[in-house]
Structure formats: C-alpha cells, structure tokens
Design a protein around this ligand. Structure first.
Ligand code: SF4
Length: 336
C-alpha cells in the first residue's frame, strides 16, 4: 500500500504496544501517536517513552487537547447567561475565576463541560484522544493528499461491541464531535482503520511483546487488566479498590478535581463517577432524599465502597453493558 501514511495509536497498554511492534515487524514506514489525557499513571507515561528507546522504532508524537478557546467561550457564556438565570453573583464570580485552562486536558474538559464524562456519556475519548490526534497528525497528512491507514490495537474478545469489527474498514477520520461541514469533507478523504490484533487473545498479545523483550506496563503486575486513564470512568470495582489501596495520591488528585468541577457547576456538585452509575443507590438519584454531597457521592465514597463485598457484580455488569454502546471508544479502540 505505497502512498499510504501508516499511523499507530499508542496508549502505553499491551494492545497498542503489540500493534506498534507489529508495524515494526511489517517493515513499513509508520508514525506513532500518543494522546496524553493528563489522567494517566506515571507507569503509563514511562511505557510510552521507552517503547521507541527499546525497539529503535519511530519516536512517538505526543498530542494534548487544548481547551483554551472553549473555556474562554464558557466564561463569556457564564458571565452573560448565569445572572439572567438567577445564579447568585458569588457563584458566578467563583466560576469565572476557575474557568481557566490548567494545562491538564482531562480536568480542562470537565471544567468546560462542568461535569465529568460517564459510562453512558463518554465524550472524553472524542475530546481527549481522537480530536487532538485528528487535528495534530491525521488532518495535515490528509490535507497533503496522503491516504491514511490508522492502526488500532483492538481485539474482538474485548467486548461484544468490538467482536464484529472488521480487520480493515473504510472510515471517515473526522471525529463525531466536529462540525458537519468537516464530516462531509472527511467523507472525501481516503482513510482506513486497520486492526491487526482483531483475532488475538490477551495471551497472544503478551507473548508477542515478550518475544521482543518489551517489559509490560508495571500496572499489569499489580492486577490492573487495562491501562489508560487512571482511572477510567468505566473503572471496575476491583480496579477502584486497587487504586485506593496502592495509589491514594491519585484518589486525592481526583477529589481535588471533583471540588474544582463542583465549584463551576451550577448545581454545585460534580463527581468523577456519575451518580446515575451509583452502585449504592437505594431509591434512585432522582428521589427527593438522594444525598448529593461529595462525601456521599464522590471518589472517596466510591473507593470506600470498593473495599466492601456489596454490589460489585451488578456494578461491573452495568459497566460491561455500557461498554457495548456504540462509541468512539469501540470504533477507534482509542481506550484499552
Ligand atoms: S480511558 Fe476511559 S476515561 Fe479515559 S478517555 Fe477512554 S473512556 Fe474516557
């Protein structure tokens, strides 16, 4: 396929590592890209940095979503609209003081949206991974007349939604969140998703990296089954417990993010794990007696729940079902 630009998405996890190695083994010239969400474990950054060092493969292009303009528009909206809606001036001023870019993409996205993503509303993949990869790497290639092959480390065995994805598929490379005019333009570009691991098992993936002598991301040895956002909003109960016991500093970081996003939310409450996914619900979050306080619904409460034996199976089953909703995560395999 000469004339094609081959682009491998890297995440620091097992599947994208195997995909990078597969591209090297094929001997094709390729580029590799990593989208830094700002919500990653240090071990994941290390895994991304060392991959070209250990293999002699191409450097990995590091992209980060920038919400500077979106937050400026949000400030303008809050200053104009919130007073008309009767929001107290102190609340408006606090939001205006906080709605500035921090340089941490995940946090800036949540400040802009005044909420965190959720299992059913996963705008994070599009905004934090697919869009910056498109703007910074794919779009310049396509506008220069190149045809794109996007290598994705997706396996059929991962979920029902991924089970019938084809190995090679013509795609519109423009993320769903971008304007229709750009979508229409994207339909004219030649782009394919290529999924070389589609029929591989987890064991195949680890064995392949072992053959190249590439050490695994250290998080797998601790019991994490997938790496990427730390945690993902789709985090299982056991992973939550592991984070709480092994990495309390990450729980502290998320608790600080919850406080900041709550302060720019009109309702005054925003939690990392959405309340509609709350495994502790007795009467439903829409009931009058639902306790919205961060101490009841925030990350620290979820971590405490993760140490109990209550509700884990139902919660994980709910996430497994949500995972099968058609999303960019599934179509692009941008998140492990
Ligand atoms: S890993 Fe999870 S939280 Fe991170 S972008 Fe993907 S779906 Fe969102």
């Amino acid at each position: 396929m000469s004339g094609f630009a081959h682009l491998v998405s890297v995440s620091g996890g097992k599947d994208s590592t195997a995909t990078y190695l597969r591209a090297m083994e094929r001997g094709l010239p390729f580029q590799a890209v990593f989208a830094d969400t700002g919500n990653e474990h240090e071990a994941t950054y290390d895994a991304v940095r060392r991959l070209p060092q250990l293999t002699g493969g191409p450097d990995i292009i590091w992209v980060k979503a920038d919400f500077t303009e979106k937050l400026a528009r949000k400030r303008e909206y809050v200053a104009r609209r919130w007073p008309m809606e009767g929001v107290p001036d102190a609340k408006v001023q606090m939001a205006l003081a906080l709605l500035h870019p921090t340089g941490v993409p995940f946090l800036d996205l949540c400040l802009w949206k005044t909420r965190f993503p959720s299992a059913k509303t996963r705008f994070c993949t599009d905004e934090l991974k697919i869009s910056p990869m498109f703007h910074d790497v794919q779009r310049p290639l396509l506008e220069a007349g190149r045809k794109l092959i996007s290598w994705q480390g997706v396996r059929a065995a991962e979920s029902i939604a991924r089970s019938d994805l084809p190995r090679l598929q013509r795609i519109n490379p423009v993320p769903h969140s971008l304007p229709k005019a750009l979508q229409d333009l994207g339909a004219q570009w030649v782009a394919y998703a290529y999924r070389p691991l589609i029929s591989w098992s987890v064991e195949d993936v680890f064995a392949y990296a072992d053959r190249f002598g590439i050490p695994r991301n250290f998080l797998y040895a601790l019991g994490f089954t997938r790496v990427g956002c730390f945690p993902c909003v789709m985090c299982r109960k056991e992973e939550m417990r592991l984070i709480g016991t092994r990495f309390p500093e990450h729980v502290d970081r998320l608790a600080n993010w919850e406080a900041l996003v709550s302060d720019v939310s009109k309702r005054g409450n925003s939690t990392f794990f959405n309340v509609t996914d709350d495994p502790l619900l007795a009467n439903g979050w829409q009931s009058d007696d639902y306790d919205w306080s961060l101490s009841r619904t925030g990350i620290r409460a979820r971590v405490e729940w993760s140490k109990t034996s209550r509700g884990g199976l139902q919660y994980d089953a709910f996430l497994a079902a949500a995972e099968n909703i058609g999303t960019s995560c599934n179509e692009w395999g941008a998140c492990e």
